[in-house]
Write a new protein. Structure first.
Length: 541
């Protein structure tokens, strides 16, 4: 065992908030002012409360005319010589003076992959999953900063297991990612004595570590760079946890500016590695006491980080599942289950040649009606109308909504999945639309609103159907002469009418539908007149 050469002042000894300040040779000022050597944030302290003088042969404490006084072993003093173990109270703040703290002997670990790096302790996450609680030797437990009262090795091992089981329970339920990270840090501060802790996660786009959460002991100032990039990048790249007992003098961190500027003494960092890849790191450090962390601390931190890594990975997967659920919900609001299923199965909507039955439905005299209505009234009316037409009818009859065109809608049956009775289901949907408009009109009349009438055209034929656009913007479309002809048929139909083409009539299995054959009709874009049939939908039971 080596003894560290400089005395220490321990703040709040014997409590979870205990913190050790190394005293420098000469005068160490104490108070709540930020310009003191040792800053203690408490209202009972004066800004310049007291000073401790460290000389070669003695150590003294002197009160600097503070309001609430300085006490050594509960005796108020103006000036007093300090002995090892003396209790000192500054106002209401309890401290203890110690001449030296025992530190374990260290055997530097030479990393063959990088001969210029001397590692004090290195732990593999995989190793801790198997040999998690091998009891440490007494030299390690003497200065371990785990909040475990037992010094007996077997009892400490059992206590650590109990703590990890509790951590596992705490992190088992799905959490919003940021809340989970904060919970991990809160648990860490309950279990171990650290000044600062930071969780960094790998950005999936840039591949760089990004700070996602941090926690500080009370009184520790927040600065822009809370961690050593040299340490975190080293651990991320190597995939193993490391212990640096005094980062300020560790040669492998000699080029790390943050270590020097912040005065980091004890630092530990462990990779977040739920499976094969490192998804981030958990970094903790101590700003006042060097040689503070032990091998036991590093092994335990690695065990805890393993639990945290699994919880974070699960949270990310849960968030991904939720995002996919939202996307499915959006798809299912626009497409029927068949199209959503096609996307889930194949990941895209490839172009296919299909025979479909297409339906165009338009509101009669809509242009004239909308000129007499406020824009907001038009939108509210169309939203309510399309809610019924599409979600309650098109999707119910397993059709695919292709698009809205102003007040019109275009739907197809037969793509992306084809069924033998596609024409029949399209006609049933058209009939349901006319009855639905009747019901809407009754409600709107009672509300003093305008009523509407619709006209519908149906046609059967070949189209090219699939995603027309880009992979990012899904627009399911059916392209071909069939769709153009369907639009023309809808234009021929009068209000409250349903017209079907000869091709649709030929495909019908139910010849008992009340159909009225019309005289051939000439439409734009077609040389030959079209044979159409008027469906007497009011006679359909």
């Amino acid at each position: 065992m080596d003894l560290l050469p400089k005395p220490y002042l321990i703040y709040a000894p014997g409590t979870p908030e205990a913190k050790t300040h190394q005293l420098k040779l000469g005068i160490n000022t104490i108070g709540r002012g930020m310009n003191n050597s040792i800053v203690l944030i408490d209202e009972s302290l004066s800004r310049q409360h007291a000073e401790i003088t460290l000389a070669e042969a003695y150590v003294t404490v002197t009160d600097r005319k503070s309001l609430n006084g300085t006490f050594v072993n509960e005796i108020k003093v103006n000036h007093s010589t300090l002995k090892n173990g003396d209790s000192i109270r500054f106002g209401k703040v309890n401290c203890q003076f110690v001449e030296a703290i025992a530190a374990p002997e260290k055997q530097p670990f030479k990393n063959n992959a990088d001969p210029g790096i001397s590692i004090i302790k290195q732990v593999s996450p995989e190793q801790t999953r198997i040999t998690i609680l091998n009891s440490p030797d007494p030299a390690q437990t003497d200065i371990s900063l785990l909040q475990i009262p037992h010094q007996d090795a077997s009892r400490r091992a059992m206590a650590k297991l109990e703590i990890l089981l509790e951590v596992s329970k705490e992190l088992a339920s799905p959490e919003e990612p940021q809340k989970l990270l904060d919970k991990i840090l809160n648990l860490l501060f309950e279990i171990m004595h650290v000044d600062r802790a930071v969780i960094l996660l790998v950005n999936a786009v840039t591949g760089q570590l990004e700070q996602k959460a941090f926690k500080l002991r009370p009184g520790i100032p927040v600065i822009q760079q809370l961690y050593s990039k040299k340490i975190t990048n080293f651990v991320r790249n190597k995939g193993t946890a490391i212990l640096s007992d005094d980062a300020c003098i560790d040669q492998r961190l000699r080029n790390s500016e943050s270590v020097v500027i912040q005065g980091i003494h004890g630092a530990m960092c462990a990779p977040l590695k739920p499976r094969e890849s490192v998804i981030g790191v958990l970094y903790v450090d101590n700003l006042s006491l060097s040689h503070v962390y032990s091998g036991e601390d590093l092994e335990f931190l690695t065990c805890l980080t393993n639990q945290a890594a699994i919880a974070i990975d699960n949270a990310q997967l849960y968030q991904q599942i939720q995002a996919e659920a939202v996307m499915r919900n959006k798809l299912e609001r626009f497409f029927p289950n068949t199209v959503s299923r096609k996307l889930r199965e194949e990941g895209n909507l490839g172009i296919v040649d299909r025979e479909v039955t297409a339906l165009f439905c338009d509101i009669s005299r809509f242009t004239e009606m909308s000129s007499q209505m406020a824009p907001r009234q038009i939108i509210e009316m169309l939203n309510e109308y399309f809610q019924v037409m599409v979600e309650e009818i098109v999707f119910a009859y397993e059709g695919t909504l292709e698009k809205y065109i102003g007040d019109a809608l275009f739907a197809v049956w037969g793509a992306p999945y084809q069924q033998a009775n596609d024409p029949q289901r399209a006609i049933q949907a058209a009939i349901a639309m006319q009855w639905a408009v009747r019901r809407l009109n009754q409600k709107w009349l009672q509300q003093g609103r305008r009523t509407i009438s619709i006209h519908i055209g149906l046609n059967t034929g070949q189209v090219a159907a699939g995603n027309i656009g880009s992979e990012q913007l899904i627009q399911y479309a059916a392209i071909g002469d069939t769709t153009n002809v369907t639009s023309r048929i809808c234009g021929v139909a009068k209000e409250d009418e349903i017209l079907i083409s000869q091709s649709t009539f030929t495909k019908l299995r139910d010849r008992n539908l009340p159909l009225e054959k019309m005289a051939p009709v000439k439409v734009k874009g077609k040389d030959a007149p079209l044979q159409l049939y008027r469906l007497l939908w009011e006679q359909v039971l």
